[in-house]
Design a protein around this ligand. Structure first.
Ligand SMILES: Cc1cc2nc3c(=O)[nH]c(=O)nc-3n(C[C@H](O)[C@H](O)[C@H](O)COP(=O)(O)OP(=O)(O)OC[C@H]3O[C@@H](n4cnc5c(N)ncnc54)[C@H](O)[C@@H]3O)c2cc1C
Length: 385
């Protein structure tokens, strides 16, 4: 079996290492560490898991398989995935072409049981919301959030248990000139039969031949301490998207550890390098959040912000992942382009990447597609503002 070197132990790299090991490959996994890496996108208290991708059936189907995987990992690796259900509300009526309407039709057609909601239902069941403003939407009992940093820690332990050789403190510097393998930051030549480059937002900076295909962008994350924690418990405040195509805002119920309410924005973001000194939330981003809270969650408008973070996406030009063999570099697979929505797919990412390593056919939208630069991201929830 081919020896595989995986560079990067975020969710793309560690799930690939586990799957390749389970398929019998000897695997070396390198990362600067410590793991979970504090600057990695995968390292956080929570990430949304949802079936809802509008009329996009391939992602909905992939999310169905991912949720089965999270339920399995809850059993095998301990609780990680919290099925709070998902609330998608908007300020204008549902209509064909809107995320909420298209998602409702798609997941219903696939046998799931989302509910349509009106203002009265929002007021009665989800009292923290401004039901005067958000009177239209759907609630899906499936979906919720995963504790992503905890998941990475458990997956790294699982990789070790399976016999993956984990080399923390070793970084990818460049590919070997002759043969397949890499040169590490310390100048060590590390030969392998196949190399997987899963470098997240570092991808356009570490792989210059792909600088035109990816962009690393920073996105604000806020943790708030609600005064009335009860109003933000999952049964009354499930994971939500607040007219996300137009506002970009989404968030989580009070976290099981510490009770903070996390709110973030899935929008254009700010171009920046993962190690940029500008990696902090701006006054303007904080002002925009307060404005959003005032019009959406009156109980949170003055809640103290107890933590902020800028987390980075590796944006592909169309918003789809990039999981493919490099046609010009034999033995090299690039697994990146998360575009801010890949963590939920962790249970199926490893198999997708291992398939690419083994030369098995993959999803065409994740293929090697240089120069494909559509005018807008194609992922349904992403606000283009
Ligand atoms: C604000 C924010 C919110 C998000 N919310 C959600 C959500 O709700 N739901 C969802 O599904 N997804 C969400 N995502 C997306 C999700 O976090 C990413 O899709 C996923 O974590 C990307 O994983 P990755 O392995 O590509 O990158 P990362 O997790 O960043 O891992 C990359 C790894 O590469 C390592 N590395 C870097 N350079 C080198 C080198 N030279 N050599 C070796 N290793 C190296 C780093 O140390 C790091 O460990 C969000 C992302 C952000 C930023």
């Amino acid at each position: 079996m081919d020896r595989v070197l995986v560079a990067g132990a975020g969710v793309f790299g560690v799930t690939a290492a586990i799957e390749l090991r389970e398929r019998g490959h000897p695997v070396v996994l390198i990362d600067p560490g410590p793991l979970p890496h504090p600057l990695a996108a995968s390292t956080d208290i929570s990430k949304v898991v949802r079936l809802e991708y509008g009329a996009d059936e391939p992602y909905t189907a992939l999310a169905e398989r991912a949720i089965e995987g999270w339920l399995r990992w809850n059993r095998d690796l301990g609780p990680l995935y919290h099925e709070t259900g998902l609330l998608l509300l908007r300020r204008t009526p549902l209509a064909p072409g809107t995320l909420e309407q298209d998602s409702f039709e798609m997941v219903s057609r696939r046998g799931h049981r989302p509910e349509l909601l009106d203002g009265a239902a929002v007021r009665a069941r989800f009292p923290a919301w401004n039901a005067e403003r958000y009177r239209h939407g759907i609630y899906d009992p499936e979906g919720g959030f995963v504790e992503s940093g905890k998941a990475i820690a458990r997956l790294v332990a699982e990789a070790r248990r399976l016999g993956v050789e984990l080399r923390e403190g070793v970084v990818f510097a460049r590919l070997l000139e002759q043969g397949v393998g890499i040169i590490s930051g310390a100048g060590e030549a590390m030969a392998a039969d196949q190399v997987v480059l899963a470098l997240g937002a570092w991808t356009p900076h570490a792989l210059p031949w792909l600088a035109a295909e990816f962009r690393s962008t920073g996105h604000p994350v806020f943790h708030l301490a609600p005064k009335q924690c009860d109003a933000f418990l999952p049964e009354r405040f499930p994971v939500f998207c607040a007219d996300i195509q137009n506002t970009g805002y989404y968030g989580f119920p009070a976290h099981p550890e510490g009770g903070v309410v996390k709110i973030a924005r899935h929008a254009r973001g700010r171009p920046m390098h993962p190690q940029s000194p500008q990696r902090s939330v701006t006054v303007e981003e904080t002002r925009q959040l307060r404005e959003f809270l005032a019009s959406t969650f009156p109980l949170l408008q003055d809640a103290p912000i107890v933590h902020t973070r800028i987390c980075l996406y590796c944006d592909s030009c169309d918003g789809h992942f990039w999981i493919a063999r490099d046609p010009d570099r034999p033995g090299v697979v690039v697994a990146s382009g998360d575009s801010g929505h890949a963590f939920k797919f962790a249970p199926v990412l490893g198999p997708l990447i291992a398939d690419a390593v083994q030369g098995r056919p993959g999803q065409s939208r994740f293929a090697w597609r240089p120069g494909l630069h559509p005018a807008r991201w194609e992922e349904a929830t992403r606000s283009q503002t």
